[in-house]
Design a protein around this ligand. Structure first.
Ligand code: 4AD
Ligand code: MG
Length: 461
């Protein structure tokens, strides 16, 4: 007999009174005076649990029933019965029950049915997917990946796999993780400097530069991979290992790439509203009662776009909140960004045209020669989720920026080649997947939206 999932039942794909096989884990159990035993199981296919009813035929079941506690895994054969006008719209009348795995030490089981704090769950990253909250995050995370791929596939983009091992800091600055096989080659000489690749190599901080090479041939490309940054910031929005969606499009300028971003975000959010309804309802009830409304409002609104200049003007008018004047060229702090999105605009905003000294070498210098065609997209309660720009396609401007920033021009030979041979205007952006998941779920700490978070002093599991 083919086993089915709870989601199959929810989706009404199984007929009333069918005899089915289903596997899962016990969420809770109770018994009634009528000698009926009830067990709710979950299988992770959706947030709903399934009620199993053990009828009087299971009279000798009492001993086994005692052993079935939350966390046990069981396999059931039974009859699916739809109950009209009842809270549990369906149940399984059990014909056979096999216990697959008991909970060995019930008293010390860290995921016992009572409510746990997020901090407690973080300590048990290997067991926390069993909870409703991490289960829902995981289903949404998976569907977000799928929706991005679907969006780009539908719009004729090609997926390019950017390398994880790199000798270049794609952002031109910032801390990277070194990698080496030093332990293995202490006694062996590999090459003249005894380094595996003949040079220092790192884990990538961005796949942008390599996908630019492909955009300059396939026109519309994206990459979606893990990113590693050795920043020492242990905050609710920083990870040392996170996932970034990076998109690169030839023949497009900054405003055109902004339109693509808006279309993409709306596609993915409406996909999740449609396909993760029950997971979102759970977050709406338990995390933020405005969550679904917020997502629906986002779908209906046009994203606001302001310049860095305007942002500075707005901030300098808030003398009561920000005592110190913000000068042109200052970096916007987290407090400034929070004020703009949470208090002033109360919506996501796109800030464009930052002073060039605040941004990496590859961003295109604007006509004013002071600013670059950059974009940062800030979201309420989270801050920056997307960073991008039009890229500098003019070799003389690019070289000038590389030299101004005191980068080693020889490292960029291949990247400069793209400007020597058939250069084209092109633009792109990177979206921090985990920060985006925080926006969609309302979850406050980035460590809870990635299965096994890596942060400073924490690479457990
Ligand atoms: O703004 P960033 O640094 O942009 C780039 O790396 C570009 N090369 C992307 C591109 O144009 N192809 O990073 C992009 C996004 C940020 O907006 C943020 O959402 C996320 O990556 N991000 C982090 N997420 C979690 N933890 C960190 N330590 C992050 N650093 C950046
Ligand atoms: Mg950025």
């Amino acid at each position: 007999m083919k086993s089915i999932s709870i989601k199959d039942i929810i989706n009404n794909t199984i007929k009333n009174n069918s005899i089915i096989k289903i596997n899962g884990w016990v969420k809770n159990k109770r018994s009634s005076k009528k000698k009926l035993f009830f067990v709710d199981i979950y299988d992770g296919s959706c947030i709903q649990t399934l009620q199993l009813v053990f009828t009087t035929e299971f009279i000798n079941f009492k001993d086994s029933f005692l052993k079935i506690i939350p966390g046990c895994s069981i396999s059931i054969k039974g009859k699916l019965v739809y109950k009209i006008n009842k809270k549990n719209k369906f149940e399984i009348q059990v014909l056979k029950c096999k216990i697959l795995g008991l909970v060995s030490h019930p008293d010390s089981y860290p995921m016992s049915s009572k409510k746990h704090t997020m901090e407690h769950l973080r300590k048990y990253a290997h067991l926390r997917p069993r909870t409703h909250i991490i289960g829902s995050i995981s289903r949404i995370r998976s569907n977000i990946f799928y929706a991005f791929h679907k969006f780009f596939n539908k719009n004729n983009y090609y997926l390019v796999s950017s390398p994880i091992i790199t000798s270049l800091n794609a952002e031109g600055a910032g801390d990277m993780f070194n990698i080496s096989n030093l332990k293995n080659n202490l006694n062996k000489s590999l090459n003249k400097n005894n380094k595996f690749f003949g040079k220092d190599v790192y884990l990538t901080v961005s796949g942008q530069l390599t996908i630019e090479a492909y955009a300059c041939a396939l026109s519309k490309v994206y990459t979606f991979g893990p990113i590693f940054r050795a920043e020492k910031s242990n905050t609710t929005r920083h990870l040392s290992e996170f996932w970034m969606l990076e998109v690169e499009v030839a023949f497009k300028n900054l405003n055109e790439i902004i339109k693509i971003i808006e279309k993409m975000l709306k596609y993915v959010i409406s996909f999740i509203l449609k396909n993760n309804k029950n997971d979102l309802l759970f977050f709406n009830k338990n995390i933020n009662s405005n969550l679904i409304n917020k997502l629906k409002v986002f779908l209906k609104s046009k994203m606001l776009k302001i310049t860095y200049d305007l942002a500075i003007n707005i901030l300098n008018k808030q003398k009561k909140i920000f005592k110190d004047k913000i000068c042109y060229g200052d970096e916007l702090t987290t407090d400034h960004e929070k004020f703009l999105v949470d208090k002033y605009f109360k919506s996501p905003i796109i800030i464009i045209n930052y002073p060039k000294k605040l941004k990496p070498f590859y961003m295109r210098v604007n006509k004013d020669k002071k600013t670059v065609a950059a974009l940062d997209i800030l979201f309420p309660e989270i801050g920056e989720i997307i960073g991008g720009s039009q890229r500098e396609e003019r070799i003389n401007y690019l070289d000038k920026r590389i030299l101004e920033l005191k980068l080693n021009i020889n490292d960029y030979k291949w990247y400069r080649d793209l400007r020597f041979y058939g250069t084209v205007p092109h633009s792109g952006f990177g979206l921090g997947l985990e920060r985006f998941i925080m926006y969609v779920t309302g979850i406050k700490n980035i460590k809870d939206v990635i299965p096994f978070p890596r942060t400073i002093n924490n690479a457990n599991f």
